[in-house]
Write a protein that binds this ligand. Structure first.
Ligand code: NAP
Length: 293
């Protein structure tokens, strides 16, 4: 039987330690504050924003949820971000993805003060991660994946890691984190143009799936004894579920799990870690902006 990597428990542990840090900051009169901006009413995005807001409050942080109509212009959004950049009550800013089509997401990311960029998408933070600068704010999902590997004592040093997906949000920062000194994995990044994806994936001691394709990676992509981290969150129709859909990962869990040393489930694997890392990043940003502990 593989080890089922329990993201809920590890996320709860991480959040408990973040709550302690928040309590220490509050004792000094500093309350970390996170602003989450949502444009439009994309149902999954709305659910993510609600859950970030709730977790913030539960941990004792200040949360500002800004729900704007999909018709908000680029100029209005940039004006709002400038206000948040200047607001001393706000230490973290994120604009929930995906924004409406008329918004230039890259320009929005560049407008966020990099010190408040708790998503870690600003070019200065991307560069800082590549340069292994410890002050980098690192994207939450890949950071959460690394935390899961650490929590389960899964060695990365010298391991062959294959990351499937090269997005700026998951694949690329995941590869950089695994490659960095200290993690020391030998990393391959695969994508939609990779030839013989199954053979590439079978080289992996650690396989990270971040494709956005439901149950795409099957038994033929996984070698015996591999560790599989499934980042995918896909809604698939399910008339038996009261919501009419259920969530599945990018990995065919039932086919793959028997071959693995350890695997993350979906839901309950990487998902809870993303929010936990966001809370941690906001506290880090707050400490840096307010002069440390
Ligand atoms: P994305 O921006 O759509 O990127 C997907 C990547 O997968 C691209 O690099 C694409 O290659 C590659 N890809 C697509 N089809 C492929 C195929 N058939 N073979 C090999 N590679 C393929 O997605 P993302 O934002 O990185 O998200 C990936 C998944 O993670 C999604 O399911 C998303 O919902 C989930 N996610 C989860 C969390 C969480 O908190 N757990 C957070 C963020 C994202 P090309 O570059 O060649 O197109």
């Amino acid at each position: 039987m593989p080890t089922f990597i329990d993201g809920k428990t590890i996320a709860a542990r991480s959040q408990a330690s973040t709550a302690d840090e928040i309590a220490r900051l509050r004792a000094r009169g500093i309350t970390p504050g996170l602003a989450v901006v949502l444009l439009g009413d994309h149902p999954a995005s709305r659910a993510y924003v609600r859950s970030k807001d709730k977790t913030c409050r539960e941990l004792g942080m200040y949360s500002r949820k800004l729900e704007l109509p999909a018709s908000t212009t680029q100029e209005e959004l940039l004006h709002l971000i400038a206000g948040l950049n200047a607001d001393p009550a706000i230490h973290g800013i994120l604009v929930q993805s995906p924004p409406p089509r008329h918004i230039d997401e890259a320009a929005v990311v560049r407008a966020i003060d990099p010190r408040k960029d708790v998503d870690g998408f600003h070019p200065l933070n991307v560069a800082a991660l590549a340069m292994e600068d410890p002050s980098a704010l690192v994207p939450c999902t890949p950071l959460g994946c690394l935390e899961l590997l650490r929590a389960y004592d899964i060695p990365t040093r010298g391991a062959r890691a294959v990351v499937v997906g090269r997005s700026l949000i998951v694949g690329k920062p995941m590869a950089m984190l695994l490659l960095a000194k200290g993690a020391d994995a030998t990393v391959t990044v695969a994508h939609s143009r990779t030839a013989d994806l199954a053979a590439v994936c079978r080289e992996a001691d650690i396989l990270v799936a971040a494709l956005g394709r439901p149950k795409f990676l099957g038994a033929e992509h996984v070698r015996d004894g591999a560790v599989v981290i499934d980042v995918g969150i896909n809604r698939v129709e399910d008339p038996a579920d009261p919501r009419g859909y259920r969530l599945v990962g990018d990995v065919d869990f039932d086919a793959v799990a028997p071959k693995c040393r350890a695997i993350t489930p979906v839901p309950g694997g990487v998902g809870p870690m993303t929010i936990a890392m966001l809370m941690g990043n906001t506290v880090r940003a707050c400490r840096a902006l307010t002069g440390g502990e």
